[in-house]
Design a protein. Sequence first.
Length: 287
Amino acid sequence: MVAIRRHTVHANGIRQHYLEAGSGPPVVLLHGFPETNYAWRHQIPVLAEHFRVVAPDLRGYGETDKPASGYDKRTMALDLLELLKSLGIGRIALVGHDRGARVATRFAKDHPNLLDRLVVMDNVPTRIVARSMNAQIAKAYWFFMFHLVPDLPEALIAGREDIWLRHFFSDWCFDPSTISGADLEAYVAAYRAPGAVRGAMADYRANAEDNAQDLVDADVKIACPVLALWGADFGAVGKMFDMASVWAEMADDLRTAAIPSCGHLPHEERPEEVNSLLLDFLNGWHG
């Protein structure tokens, strides 16, 4: 049984919480919305048999600080950089889902010398969503717009975090009951903490700044090998975008995988398939 350790460290001006397990070549896992590093509970024990796994709560999420600013992805990539420095970790393999994939992509562009390989899960890059926007995409990405409204989401969600989260987990999973019981309660508890909903909203409210950053180096391909995987049955990603073409625009050394009977949360819905894909892609990463 792999022991999972919980730690906090002050890095890049904030208190960062992270999980750590195993030893060997470092692999970092970045969660997405509406999750925390609890999202990786099915991956950490498997990966830790071969690697040193580090899974932080992103700025604004979980047990990490939720400051008023710093949610653009360049700053959040710096959060990761400074966390790695504090742990004495240099080059890494990086896995990001959803919002974490946005942070991971910016890290890949800003710190290419520190990245050996990258996995992005069920994510369409910010600038590609923005340039593709039409009525159909706006309907699917309604929460992007809602979360941009100042203060109102926090006011409407307060005391109803369970309803808010239940909607996303049911709507975004191929099997609507995938996240339920104790797993759902773990997320509800996380988002009932002071500042937690505001932190997630701040992540989305950085979209314009994120898009501006992405446009500056849009023609720069990610330098390392990339695995892009997604749920084949999620209407806002795999069913709406040609994901192989999307990520071919981002990287030349690219593998892709669409996971059937799966929505937006492959790591939770289809953990065995995801773990197999991760282990295969990480094979050969020796640190």
